[in-house]
Design a protein around this ligand. Structure first.
Ligand code: SF4
Ligand code: SF4
Length: 461
């Protein structure tokens, strides 16, 4: 672990410490991001909400410390070294610090801007090539993703994973590769595709027309959850439109600092929904918290694009998380009993990124038979954070351990979350511990309840 001294002139114990801005920002941050950063008054109220600071107690691995570092680099008082980059890379971009911050510092925005500059200034040729491959050649192309997914699914169904894990114990397979293999999402037997229709009709008279963002990983690793989302929406009086031309939302590219790729995916999604008549949609529904936070940031992402800025604002105004939407319009489908004791994990990009905390709980309370037992610190990150668990495995597993302790203490049979990354990470942790507990998306449990009402067959677990 690298321990970096705070830059000259900065005293983390003195809230009034002020480094006068230098005339230029060395191109590291734009003016708008710099303005967001200097709102920090160094009060430290965010420190104990930060999973990395809680794990190692180091100021440079706290939100305040990271803001100091970014500011000092931007003002030219600190060189952008490997150590600085390490501390910034350790950040999960969970945005818990934003919720805690009385000065409304938009930490996620500042960190993504800093990562963009780091990618521009310091990336090795290999990293540039991998970034181009991932965010230009793979994620924006659903058919290529599905092809890679099919290969991975074939591999996962073969005896090879057991061989790889065995070989890794003898040091034959590099540890990073073995970890990536273990972390790869278990792929669905059937991917979520819309080969014959982009429209799913309401089961009764339609009261609302909505669009649905199906995501990039969700159709491959959580196809049943996407299908359940369509069923829950149509059962509640929605006509659902799922444009085939839509793309990955760009969240992973943004977190990695590849803003141009994120911008290009945002434009493609706006085009796709406009082609199918965005103006007649009451809402654009998303069931993945990370994607939802990104979609709700399109107006910022495209603010300087004369062709898309106004269209991005119109698009963003319609985006709603599925739980947020269902509570707003009200459930009309009867709910049957689901006899489960559940606990609920607030996905970071739902609770901190979108400030959605009450609605998923309201839905769980509506389901007959569901007993919701709150865990300690439900809004603390699980350590997944996109591909953070692969890039920073040590810190990720420390953060996950703390989460699992709290999950297990509830004695629930099921953990409910609204983000694929959380479900994959927590399920992997539970499997490793040999725990007989499963992770479920909130629409999966709603779907169970609607089915139970229809069949008069209660769910027991
Ligand atoms: S985003 Fe999360 S990990 Fe990063 S500094 Fe803020 S609280 Fe810590
Ligand atoms: S809570 Fe906000 S103002 Fe206070 S140190 Fe953290 S980021 Fe700065």
């Amino acid at each position: 672990m690298v321990i970096l001294d705070m830059p000259r002139g900065i005293d983390p114990n003195n809230p009034m410490t002020h480094v006068p801005p230098s005339p230029g920002l060395q191109g590291f941050l734009g003016e708008e991001d710099y303005e967001a950063l200097v709102k920090c008054v160094h009060c430290g109220l965010c420190l104990n909400q930060c999973p990395t600071y809680r794990a190692n107690g180091l100021e440079p691995d706290s939100p305040r410390g990271r803001l100091y570092l970014i500011r000092a680099v931007a003002e030219g008082t600190l060189p952008l070294t490997d150590e600085v980059e390490d501390h910034l890379n350790q950040c999960l971009v969970c945005r818990a610090c934003e919720t805690a911050c009385p000065s409304n510092v938009q930490f996620g925005q500042v960190m993504e801007a800093a990562r963009h500059s780091i990618l521009q200034e310091r990336a090795t040729p290999l990293r540039r090539a991998l970034t181009w491959l991932a965010f230009r050649q793979l994620f924006p192309h659903p058919e290529r993703l599905a092809f890679v997914g099919s290969l991975l699914r074939w591999y996962q169904r073969s005896p090879l994973p057991a061989v790889v894990q065995l070989a890794s114990r003898f040091g034959i397979v590099p540890p990073r590769l073995a970890l990536m293999e273990k972390m790869a999402p278990p792929l669905s037997d059937r991917f979520f595709e819309t080969p014959t229709t982009e429209r799913f009709a309401s089961l009764g008279p339609a009261r609302i027309t909505v669009g649905m963002v199906s995501g990039c990983i969700m159709p491959l690793a959580f196809a049943p959850t996407n299908e359940a989302t369509v069923r829950v929406l149509t059962a509640n009086g929605c006509d659902v439109i799922v444009p085939r031309a839509q793309r990955c939302c760009g969240a992973l590219a943004s977190h990695a600092g590849d803003a141009p790729s994120a911008v290009s995916m945002a434009r493609a999604n706006i085009d796709a929904f406009e082609t199918l008549g965005m103006d007649r949609l009451d809402a654009i529904i998303i069931n993945s918290a990370g994607c939802g936070a990104q979609l709700k940031n399109y107006a910022h992402l495209l603010r300087d694009d004369p062709a898309y800025a106004a269209r991005a604002r119109r698009f963003q105004a319609k985006v709603e998380d599925v739980a947020e939407f269902l509570v707003r319009v009200g459930l009309t489908a009867p709910l049957g009993p689901v006899n489960r004791t559940v606990t609920y994990q607030d996905a970071c990009h739902l609770v901190h990124g979108q400030k959605i905390k009450a609605q998923p709980r309201e839905l769980l309370h509506m389901i007959p038979g569901v007993d919701l037992v709150e865990m300690k610190d439900p809004d603390r990150c699980c350590g997944s954070a996109g591909i953070y668990n692969i890039l920073q495995p040590e810190m990720s597993s420390q953060v996950l351990e703390a989460k699992l302790e709290n999950v297990v203490a509830t004695k629930a049979s099921c953990i409910v979350a609204s983000n694929p990354g959380c479900l994959l990470q927590i399920n992997m942790g539970l499997r490793d511990r040999g725990m007989d507990m499963t992770g479920m998306h909130i629409v999966d449990i709603l779907d169970e309840s609607i089915t139970a009402a229809r069949t008069s067959d209660p769910v027991h677990a």
